[in-house]
Design a protein around this ligand. Sequence first.
Ligand SMILES: CC(C)(COP(=O)(O)OP(=O)(O)OC[C@H]1O[C@@H](n2cnc3c(N)ncnc32)[C@H](O)[C@@H]1OP(=O)(O)O)[C@@H](O)C(=O)NCCC(=O)NCCS
Length: 177
Amino acid sequence: MPLNPLPPAALRADGIELLELQLADWPLEQQLSRVPDVVRWTFYRADMTEQQARERIELGHARSRDGVSRRYAVRLDGQSVGTAGIIVTREHPEVFYALLPDGRGRGAATAAVRALSDWALDAGADQVVIWTGEGNAASEAVARRAGFLFAGTEVDLDHGEPETLLKWVRRGGGVPR
Ligand SMILES: CC(C)(COP(=O)(O)OP(=O)(O)OC[C@H]1O[C@@H](n2cnc3c(N)ncnc32)[C@H](O)[C@@H]1OP(=O)(O)O)[C@@H](O)C(=O)NCCC(=O)NCCS
């Protein structure tokens, strides 16, 4: 069930803050584009310029205005440690995330996924989805910790080489902590 509207521009939960990405966050986008596993497992292009990073944020704002998706800076202890977001126009809302290496190992991605999926389930979605690339063990662990269950694989043919994606689903009814 597609959702409308988007989550609010600021969400707080489990010691993190999610603040909608602003143009001033371009260095965060650029840093993420310089992390090899972020480029490997997400749609970040490698080594973005300032201009490219700003354009990526502006594209996110256009999608937000169109009610498609919203992207956030993940803030932990007052620092931006990565990004996360949600697409609400698919059959089921989809959550995505990426952290800088220094932000890892502290539960920030798990907290971001919980916050966004809590919002979607509270807003009426019957399930929320995460897609992970085959072999992305760190992301699978985030999905499991945030209460998602493995729900099968699909082959994605939309982005060059065929890629096997694992589907993770969280349904309403409470998140194991
Ligand atoms: C996927 C990715 C975000 C996971 O980062 P992460 O730091 O492992 O995930 P979290 O922020 O949830 O932190 C979990 C780790 O913090 C620990 N942790 C500490 N406090 C915690 C808390 N309060 N809650 C949960 N975990 C906590 C966990 O034990 C875990 O450590 P472990 O892996 O040694 O067991 C990161 O590897 C990444 O950015 N990868 C590249 C991009 C990517 O793959 N994105 C997903 C595409 S599908």
